[in-house]
Design a protein around this ligand. Sequence first.
Ligand SMILES: [Zn+2]
Length: 249
Amino acid sequence: MEGIAAAAEILRPCRRILVFTGAGISTESGIPDFRGPQGVWTKVDPDEFTLERYLRYPDTRRRSWRMRMTSGALDSVPNPAHHAVARLWAMGRMVGCVTQNIDGLHQKAGLPDGAVVELHGNAQSTVCLGCGDRQPTADVVRRVNAGDDNPSCLLCGGILKPAVVYFGELLPARAVEEAFDLAEQADAVISVGSTLTVFPAAYIPLHVVERGRPFVILNMGPTDFDHLARARLGAPAGTALPALVAALA
Ligand SMILES: [Zn+2]
């Protein structure tokens, strides 16, 4: 792949690469791209799933848990693209990974918790809005499966909510701060599987570009910032990213 060699040449001197990932890195793990043509939001109305409605209407919570129960996302496994990111980290070439994904697949591929900033949270974990208790979402989904269609906290009776950012909810301040910190230290950025249309998340890679550092884009379709990229790869992440990382080894 010609583009791989060009991208590898650009990144060869870099030791603090920021990897920024979006839904496209996880589609090969069977997780639908929420905003793509087959995306979940083409089938349900995102206005139904705002934080306000989730808090106010038990029925919204029931539908939300039912979707989570049937999505299969909790059982998904990392694909070669996630493993390539973990390998790049192990090679000592990365400053960290900032992800828009909530699937936890970077960590499942072996990237340490401390190397991943999750801008939109992590669906593997559920939090009680009353007492702050955290537990695996899989445990809550088990209760839903057993017939408790609107499960509440077993400790305090509070509303349970997956630890993800809902529509109408601000991004977690600490994650945003950590992400900008990494962008400030990065000497290059690779954006994988993101159309770069969701803000404020897209500001993270753009901040690296603003500092005059090289930008490599790996995405199946066009992105809003292709004109800023020094190299652009249009291949599936599960093929292109392992090849790029191998070229840097
Ligand atoms: Zn509670």
